[in-house]
Design a protein around this ligand. Structure first.
Ligand SMILES: N[C@@H](CCC(=O)N[C@@H](CS)C(=O)NCC(=O)O)C(=O)O
Length: 210
């Protein structure tokens, strides 16, 4: 399996965690977002959207991190990263969506570049924008973890909710967002950091990391 990856991409980081938890070995193809490699013709022939991650397996390409993780769960059910019951699965998907639909897309590189280039936003305004959407999403996740978490975001073991949450916590730290208001998220982050599968997926341990 090939993962089209970038060390600091939080969407790719989600997939790295899920691959590690499933025990799937893979080769990394690094797409350097700093040089615009994601928009090059050769990469766009893999992912027409020009975003990482993408996965190539048995001649098929799969894009979008949540689709990749759900595909992994369906094709490699052990260990399960989704609860057994439909209501539990819906709760995990809701947490995934808070990160992948309601926080991350607003803070993505192309959005930040557009705020700067088209609307003249200063770095201070960009930082406030990033913190605003992380705060809204983390307030929600804190309440959801209170309802569903028992050590991890949902239940007593890692699920796809943690695969989405932990990279978003990394992004919050990267942009100097104070995490003190969300003690439950912090506790989940600490629990996940103790697992090798999460530690090995950390951006600092990827090829090309600064
Ligand atoms: N919804 C997509 C988001 C992918 C995404 O936005 N990837 C970012 C890195 S985290 C990217 O490739 N950005 C390049 C750009 O904005 O030009 C997913 O979950 O896979």
């Amino acid at each position: 399996m090939k993962l089209y990856d970038y060390w600091r991409s939080s969407a790719a980081y989600r997939v790295r965690i899920a691959l590690n938890l499933k025990g799937v070995s893979y080769d990394t193809v690094s797409i350097d977002l700093r040089t615009g490699a994601q928009s090059a013709t050769d990469y766009k022939s893999i992912n027409p959207q020009g975003l990482v991650p993408a996965v190539e397996s048995d001649g098929k390409v799969i894009t979008q991190s949540t689709a990749i993780m759900e595909w992994l769960e369906e094709t490699r059910p052990q260990p399960p990263l989704m609860p057994a019951d439909p209501a539990g699965r819906a709760a995990v998907r809701a947490m995934m969506a808070v990160v992948a639909c309601d926080i991350h897309p607003l803070n993505n590189l192309r959005v930040l570049n557009s705020l700067k280039a088209e609307f003249g936003a200063t770095q201070a305004q960009i930082d406030a924008w990033i913190a605003r959407w992380i705060t809204a999403g983390f307030d929600t996740l804190e309440a959801l973890i209170d309802q569903h978490g028992e050590g991890f975001a949902f239940g007593e073991g890692p699920t796809l909710a943690d695969c989405c949450l932990i990279p978003q916590v990394y992004n919050a730290r990267r942009f100097n967002v104070d995490l003190a208001p969300w003690p439950r998220i912090m506790a989940v982050d600490a629990a996940c950091a103790r697992l090798d599968e999460f530690a090995a997926a950390h951006p600092s341990r990827q090829p090309g990391a600064e």
